[in-house]
Design a protein around this ligand. Structure first.
Ligand SMILES: O=C[C@H](O)[C@H](O)[C@H](O)COP(=O)(O)O
Length: 227
């Protein structure tokens, strides 16, 4: 049996095989992507050449330390693929992302990619999204108005994410409103409705974006599911 960290490590290493010489790719954020980056760093030492758009300062810093060549989203037309983690994945490969607060850049990079590959451990797989609170990135000066509107959309509780007893600030200078919905049965329409609220910058709902989900299991199996 493998523990959760070992499973993330194995799934991250497995996904590294999708990145080939000459590609320009997107690199996601989080503790599973951490292991992808470690493997890619080793491969760069062995001669693999590719360039990458990072989705956060965290990934930018780690990738730089590992010798991975970075570029910017504005410097590319299209990315061959992006590999990223997720907080929840349902049977239709709809996702909740943003547990690390990187949802805005992750969604921009994913939208610029021909293929989005998601790497998770089996604990992230759910029948219906919503056990994990939905991160919604908001403009700080208007968060209370967004909170009021979200509470009228079936949300049972919403709170500004805290770090060190202060509001957590995203890489783009916004707050995260973590929204508890119990069950998100219609993520497509919820995403649209949230985007209509002034002050909402982005939501952690990634609908119809993931092309493949690679799941690591505690018994050592790794399986892939494609849309
Ligand atoms: O903002 C963070 C991202 O959406 C992460 O990809 C997501 O939270 C999953 O991270 P982890 O692999 O650490 O569970």
């Amino acid at each position: 049996m493998f523990n959760a960290e070992d499973t993330k490590k194995r799934v991250g290493a497995y996904a590294a095989d999708f990145i080939e010489n000459g590609m320009t790719v997107g690199l996601g954020t989080g503790s599973t992507v951490y292991w992808l980056l470690q493997t890619l760093g080793e491969r760069v030492q062995q001669g693999l050449q590719f360039s990458a758009v990072p989705t956060s300062r965290q990934t930018q810093t780690l990738a730089t330390e590992l010798g991975i060549t970075l570029t910017e989203l504005n410097a590319v037309n299209e990315l061959v693929l992006t590999i990223d983690g997720a907080d929840e994945v349902d049977a239709r490969l709809q996702l909740i992302k943003g547990g690390g607060g990187a949802l805005l850049q992750e969604k921009m990079v994913a939208a610029a990619s021909k293929q989005l590959i998601i790497i998770v451990d089996e604990n992230k797989m759910v029948d219906t999204l919503g056990k994990f609170p939905l991160p919604v990135e908001v403009i700080p000066s208007g968060w209370k108005q967004v909170h009021r509107k979200v509470m009228g959309m079936g949300c049972t509780k919403a709170a500004i994410r805290q770090k060190n007893e202060q509001a957590f600030i995203t890489d783009n200078g916004h707050y995260i409103l973590d929204c508890y919905f119990e069950q998100i049965t219609d993520p497509v329409n919820l995403n649209i409705a949230l985007h209509l609220v002034p002050g909402v910058v982005e939501t952690g709902l990634f609908n119809g974006m993931a092309d493949m989900v690679i799941t690591g299991h505690s018994d050592g199996r790794i399986d892939t599911k494609s849309r």
